[in-house]
Write a protein that binds this ligand. Structure first.
Ligand code: SAM
Length: 212
């Protein structure tokens, strides 16, 4: 984006682990800095014309989401926009009994950590409470599994990697065994591959800070 829009300045934040290395070649109009989005952001009031945030549903607990929306409001210029893209990870539409069971496990894990997997449905309220208006909102349905063609296959692969990455944490926090987890994952993706019309929704919303 920084290359496509050379007259704009881009600032990226992350708590740390995934920040580009200082030696990484970046366009001159693009900087990254370590910052926790769930705390006070290191930016003056009304700094940004446009804020973009994506796939943070598993990064904040419910209280942190409120703080994030308030900070976004503070650092957005009057008339500026915030775009939020999030998967509705709390629901596999068209999934069968294994998907429902797996999502009960995911929900239990999330609740234990103060997370709301379906926060996407609360976000419009949090954003309007913070002071934004809703400029645009919609969703895309992404197929999951072999019956969803190449996109379905790739998305299933991605989803499986994400769930696999959470295994150690899940075993630590829930009373399930390693073999139960592996078996659940195998049965889940067999089921998803075998069912047509299975999908997850990704919600895309643009909010505006009212002009002063
Ligand atoms: C699932 S990734 C999403 C990355 C990116 N937004 C995207 O769409 O590809 C979550 C990222 O958020 C970062 N992160 C987690 N909690 C954070 C926080 N409180 N403040 C800033 N970054 C955070 C993680 O280090 C990780 O790089």
């Amino acid at each position: 984006m920084a290359t496509d829009f050379p007259n704009s300045k881009f600032t990226g934040i992350d708590t740390g682990a995934f920040l580009p290395k200082s030696s990484a070649p970046l366009p001159a109009n693009c900087v990254f800095q370590a910052s926790n989005a769930a705390e006070r952001l290191p930016f003056e009031n009304e700094t940004f014309d446009y804020i973009f945030q994506r796939h943070m549903v598993a990064s904040y607990d419910t209280d942190q989401w409120r703080k994030v929306t308030e900070e976004m409001f503070r650092v957005t210029k009057p008339g500026g926009f915030v775009e939020i893209v999030e998967l509705d990870v709390g629901k596999i539409v068209g999934g069968g009994s294994v998907a429902k069971g797996a999502w009960r496990v995911a929900k239990a894990f999330a609740e234990r950590n103060g997370m709301n997997l379906r926060i996407i449905h609360r976000l419009p309220y949090l954003m309007t409470e913070a002071g934004f208006t809703i400029a645009k909102a919609g969703h895309l349905s992404i197929p999951i599994g072999k019956q969803g063609g190449e996109i379905g296959r790739l998305f299933a692969c991605d989803l499986r990697s994400v769930l696999q990455a959470g295994k150690a944490l899940a075993l630590r926090e829930l009373t399930i065994s390693s073999s139960f987890f592996d078996d659940l994952l195998n049965r889940l993706f067999d089921e998803l591959d075998g069912r047509p019309g299975v999908f997850m929704n990704v919600h895309i919303a643009v909010y505006q800070k009212p002009s002063a």
